[in-house]
Design a protein around this ligand. Structure first.
Ligand SMILES: [Zn+2]
Length: 474
């Protein structure tokens, strides 16, 4: 491990902190995963890529990481969807877990070390609720529900900054709920007819959503662990409630560092089915004949923004990411032709700059800028025929990009057979079209800029008198 400490923004303290693991050189991390009743969308993809790159980078820096990502396989939405389409819950969740795995594989998301499912942890969940009841943090109601007595937990609101009195103003109690206080939340739900149920001291029922993450993280990582992550939308109430549950039971600190990734927008609006800007991962994967290639391109889209920044996805995002990755693969392709041997040496200056960027709260845009400096230096070395330098820079590029899960396929595969792709999806066709449109609108500055961009990619264009444009690889 190097001298520089890693600094991570902690949502709990609202500042960047030097990361000090609980056990030396080890990191235990829990990330809230998917509720499996539908296809994963781009918002899910962003969370998965964000924490995948965190885990990859920590491992690359020599930490032993235990990575837990749960699957919520019982909840209201799952029950409703199963009833709506007349499928058993078991069959529905199994099906969508398979789809999720296919999608995440295409994005090169590494498998977590543990992938607990809520339904596999019912005894642990019941045990945790029992202990909360014993300690007065929870109470069973007459209808068989068990609720968390929110006002009992002194530090409630520490993560989100929410105040109990403000929450009480907006809180409402559903007709079938029997809460002492509207801000209380459910830990155990009594069973309704035709719903899956498990036995408990309070009668047959099923767990509420928040309790599963407390029970599963404690079972696998202990009462106190290093990092808990998830999307920004989970900060309140899900993560606030997890703290109340876990610290209520243990009377000690639950998690040292809370990480949340920023929101994703599509065409500058919140992604929603009603706005018709809703995109599933598989809809994007279908945009290319090679799932792994388009998966990497999508991965690059996310990494090109800082994980905490809001990210706006548009049609251009994929094109730009494809072109950026082409530059990396083109450089590797040429280097492989010119290089002599594989080396283990890396360029210490480039590595140090890359680490400085990534050690600062996983700043992937700055890290990618260093990767492109490496690409430029590698291209120069290839032009000058400096074979030893080519090997070192090529190895550096593979290692740095690899720590972000990028540039892991054969360059010839990404670029297409023989190194140059004629695939219409490779971004060239899109650029040519964009230039044609610009010319049509007499926006010659843009047209010239795109012509230069194409020239850099080794594409020559020729405008015909009848207005059409032909292009060829040089
Ligand atoms: Zn969770």
């Amino acid at each position: 491990m190097e001298d520089n400490p890693i600094r991570i923004y902690n949502s709990l303290t609202r500042r960047k902190e030097i990361f000090v693991p609980i056990r030396e050189n080890c990191v235990d991390i829990y990330v809230c995963g998917m509720t499996v009743y539908d296809y994963c969308h781009l918002g899910h993809a962003r969370v998965m890529v964000a924490f995948d790159s965190v885990v990859r980078y920590l491992r690359y820096r020599g930490y032993q990481v235990r990575y837990v990502r749960n699957i919520t396989d019982i909840d209201d939405k799952i029950i409703k969807r199963a009833n709506d389409i007349g499928e058993s819950i078991q069959s529905l969740t199994t099906r969508f877990i398979e789809y999720m795995n296919e999608d995440l594989d295409a994005l090169s998301i590494i498998k977590p070390d543990y992938e607990p499912r809520a339904t596999e942890y019912i005894p642990e969940i019941v045990d945790m609720i029992s202990r909360l009841v014993e300690k007065g943090y929870a109470y069973p109601a007459d209808n068989g529900d068990v609720y968390y007595r929110t006002r009992m937990f002194e530090n409630y609101g520490q993560l989100s900054g929410e105040k109990l009195d403000d929450l009480r103003v907006g809180a409402r109690v559903e007709p079938d709920e029997e809460k002492e206080d509207p801000i209380d939340f459910v830990l155990w739900k009594h069973s309704k007819p035709d719903e899956p149920k498990w036995p408990s001291p309070w009668g047959d029922g099923r767990p509420g959503w928040h309790i599963e993450c407390s029970a599963m993280s404690t079972s696998l990582l202990g009462n106190h662990f290093d990092i808990h992550g998830g999307g920004m939308d989970l900060l309140f109430p899900h993560h606030e409630n997890e703290i109340a549950q876990s610290e209520g039971v243990s009377s000690g600190k639950f998690v040292n560092l809370w990480m949340h990734n920023g929101y994703l927008q599509i065409n500058a609006e919140k992604m929603s089915k009603s706005l018709q800007n809703f995109l599933t991962i598989r809809e994007v994967l279908e945009m290319d004949s090679d799932r792994i290639r388009i998966g990497e391109i999508l991965r690059y889209v996310f990494l090109s923004s800082h994980y905490r920044s809001p990210l706006n996805y548009s049609d251009d995002s994929l094109d730009n990411a494809r072109l950026a990755l082409r530059r990396i693969y083109m450089s590797l392709y040429k280097a492989a032709e010119s290089g002599t041997s594989s080396v283990t040496e890396t360029d210490s200056r480039l590595c140090a700059r890359f680490h400085a960027a990534m050690d600062d709260d996983f700043n992937t845009p700055d890290g990618l800028a260093v990767i492109f400096d490496c690409v430029r230096e590698l291209n120069k070395s290839v032009e000058s025929g400096l074979s030893e330098r080519i090997d070192i820079l090529r190895n550096t590029l593979l290692q740095l990009a690899g720590s972000l899960g990028l540039a892991q396929m054969e360059p010839s595969r990404f670029l297409g057979v023989g190194g140059i792709s004629d695939d219409k999806n490779d971004g060239i066709g899109v650029l040519v079209k964009q230039r044609e449109n610009a010319r049509h609108e007499r926006d010659f500055a843009t047209a010239d800029r795109i012509r230069d961009q194409l020239a850099q990619l080794g594409v020559e264009i020729e405008d015909r008198p009848n207005g059409t444009t032909v292009w060829r690889r040089t």
